[in-house]
Write a protein that binds this ligand. Structure first.
Ligand SMILES: *[C@@H]1O[C@H](CO)[C@@H](O)[C@H](O)[C@H]1NC(C)=O
Ligand SMILES: *[C@@H]1O[C@H](CO)[C@@H](O)[C@H](O)[C@H]1NC(C)=O
Ligand SMILES: *[C@@H]1O[C@H](CO)[C@@H](O)[C@H](O)[C@H]1NC(C)=O
Ligand SMILES: *[C@@H]1O[C@H](CO)[C@@H](O)[C@H](O)[C@H]1NC(C)=O
Ligand SMILES: *[C@@H]1O[C@H](CO)[C@@H](O)[C@H](O)[C@H]1NC(C)=O
Ligand SMILES: *[C@@H]1O[C@H](CO)[C@@H](O)[C@H](O)[C@H]1NC(C)=O
Ligand SMILES: *[C@@H]1O[C@H](CO)[C@@H](O)[C@H](O)[C@H]1NC(C)=O
Ligand SMILES: CC(=O)N[C@H]1CO[C@H](CO)[C@@H](O)[C@@H]1O
Length: 492
């Protein structure tokens, strides 16, 4: 009987807990609000919803275990914005989202992880534009903080993208920023260098950019175009999408994808339809085939990947054609040996944005790279005398029919990790062998000394002299043999 009662109470408590976790999302968060990620770890746990129900702020589970605070589009579950939590955190009920004037994400152990730093806030709301705002009291309320000012990889329609903002692809490799009169896409190809790979300059057809008239900003328009403005209402540039002025009332977003392309999409009520691609040709993407890859165009804007090094004809996957780690200026003992790859009929996908030198001969162009350890390679155009210099690891090149375009690339025969492993492995073996040899010689020497003493006592010295030559000799041979194997290990 008592057991039955206990069971009933347990079920009741469970039900209450379940109901609480399934609680409908709020329409505004007021002072004192707090929420923790549910133990049942749903893919998305809504916290705050906009008046239309099209958007929702909540805990989003990413990569199975990671926790994000994100605004999603409910119809597709696509995240449109997320809080910049650094370092990333795991889904756990130690984490709490609270509102005390600022929206704050904190870890019970590690403290504050993220905050809107808007201490005078009275409420947090999600607008029907998907903008998350912290507002003050008053009529009309002042906006103290808004997610529209901190985009991640996505811009939604009517969101202003200013020169102080950037879009960053989820893999952190690509960035979009505004220049004085252009939109630029940049690749982070290592060494902390940002290489621009796409540039769209304002046409200034309807209005021109006034010097000193302030920085420009960009915006995705619901009528299907991306515009750039200075402070006049007339845009200084319009880049149209394929649905330009054809669809009304469709929600439009612009996203910097993990392949480096900038794409526009509209929501047709059940799916996202691509209606803009900044880069339409596959081989023009910043690195479609990965390091040391070679992209061959087909007729339809597509392409196929092979490796620059024809010995590796079939790439085992992206980035399997070569390694970009290590440094030619401070080569480590474990770096593979330096090889040189020369080939004709190759071109850079975005050569007009590369650092170049003109009026050189092929020998001068290659020579400038050969003796320069921060140079990874050059592409030379024999017809124009342009010499394009790589000051970062070689990314994908494009195959062209023109044999006057010549490439010179530095390659490590073995990747750093592999060479390191081999070198390391050999190193351990060598030291074990040396250790054993040393131990052996000590033992032998002891034996020898003992025997020598014994021999002296017996009056037989000849045999012992011979032994004393052999022991150090063995040790020396072993050592030189092992040094050879180190060179083979790191050099092959
Ligand atoms: C809100 O909480 C954060 C983190 O605990 C704290 O730094 C901040 O001062 C608090 N703000 C107010 C107005 O209490
Ligand atoms: C969004 O809200 C604004 C005012 O808050 C309103 O004028 C507009 O009609 C709303 N749009 C939609 C699609 O609900
Ligand atoms: C974008 O900027 C324009 C011009 O400054 C302004 O009128 C508009 O309200 C801004 N839109 C948003 C969503 O902030
Ligand atoms: C932009 O605004 C500033 C001051 O607000 C003004 O001096 C300037 O002429 C404006 N530029 C344009 C192009 O309207
Ligand atoms: C939206 O696009 C999808 C995929 O192309 C299609 O299957 C669906 O019928 C479209 N929905 C509407 C309402 O047009
Ligand atoms: C070496 O190459 C880098 C980048 O390619 C360049 O910036 C530098 O000036 C070159 N140094 C010399 C001595 O040519
Ligand atoms: C480069 O041009 C020179 C003279 O213009 C020519 O002699 C040479 O054969 C060309 N080399 C290649 C690889 O096309
Ligand atoms: C962008 C988006 O999802 N819009 C939807 C908002 O809700 C209305 C009504 O349910 C839909 O018709 C829209 O497609």
């Amino acid at each position: 009987m008592v057991l039955l009662l206990h069971g009933a109470i347990a079920v009741l408590v469970l039900l209450i807990l379940l109901l609480r976790s399934a609680q409908a999302a709020e329409t505004e968060l007021l002072l004192g609000f707090a929420a923790t990620p549910s133990r049942s770890r749903p893919p998305f746990q809504p916290i705050l919803t906009d008046p239309t129900g099209n958007f929702s702020l909540g805990f989003l589970r990413m990569d199975q275990t990671e926790l994000a605070l994100a605004v999603i589009h409910v119809g597709s579950a696509e995240p449109l914005w997320s809080a910049e939590i650094a370092p990333p955190v795991k889904w756990s009920d130690r984490i709490e989202l609270s509102f005390n004037g600022s929206l704050v994400i904190s870890d019970r152990w590690a403290g504050v992880l993220w905050s809107t730093h808007s201490d005078d806030g009275a409420r947090a709301v999600l607008l029907n534009t998907s903008d998350l705002q912290v507002q003050s009291n008053g009529a009309p309320p002042a906006v103290l903080w808004r997610s529209f000012n901190f985009p991640k990889n996505t811009l939604v329609q009517n969101q202003n993208f200013t020169s102080t903002m950037s879009l960053v692809s989820t893999n952190q490799l690509y960035t979009m920023r505004l220049g004085y009169n252009f939109i630029g896409l940049y690749a982070n190809f290592g060494r902390g260098k940002q290489q621009m790979y796409w540039k769209h300059k304002a046409l200034e057809a309807k209005a021109s950019i006034v010097e000193g008239g302030g920085p420009i900003y960009a915006r995705v328009n619901p009528d299907g175009f991306l515009s750039m403005h200075q402070n006049s209402t007339k845009p200084v540039d319009i880049e149209t999408f394929s649905i330009f002025q054809r669809l009304v009332n469709s929600f439009i977003i612009l996203r910097l994808e993990s392949d480096g392309n900038l794409k526009g999409y509209y929501w047709n009520g059940s799916a996202w339809i691509t209606d803009y691609r900044a880069i339409t040709d596959f081989c023009e993407l910043p690195s479609p085939c990965g390091l040391y890859g070679l992209c061959s165009r087909d007729n339809g804007g597509g392409g196929s990947c092979t490796c620059l090094d024809t010995k590796r004809t079939e790439p085992e996957g992206l980035g399997k054609c070569g390694h970009g780690s290590g440094d030619f200026c401070r080569p480590s003992r474990f770096d593979g040996s330096l090889q040189v790859l020369r080939m004709t009929g190759v071109e850079l996908p975005f050569k007009e944005l590369m650092w170049d030198r003109t009026g050189l001969s092929l020998e001068q162009c290659v020579g400038s790279c050969e003796g320069n350890c921060s140079c990874w390679g050059v592409v030379f155009n024999n017809a124009t005398g342009f010499c394009y210099v790589f000051d970062y690891p070689i990314e994908t090149l494009v195959r062209v029919a023109d044999e006057s375009k010549v490439g010179y690339f530095k390659v490590r025969e073995k990747g750093w990790t592999k060479a390191y492993e081999i070198g390391h492995g050999v190193g351990v073996v060598v030291w074990v062998v040396i250790g054993l040899a040393a131990l052996g010689s000590v033992v032998a020497a002891t034996v020898y000394v003992d025997r020598w003493r014994e021999g002296r006592r017996r009056g037989v010295t000849g045999q012992s002299e011979e032994e004393s030559k052999i022991v150090p000799g063995q040790y020396k041979d072993l050592r030189s043999a092992s040094f050879k194997s180190i060179e083979m290990g790191s050099g092959s």
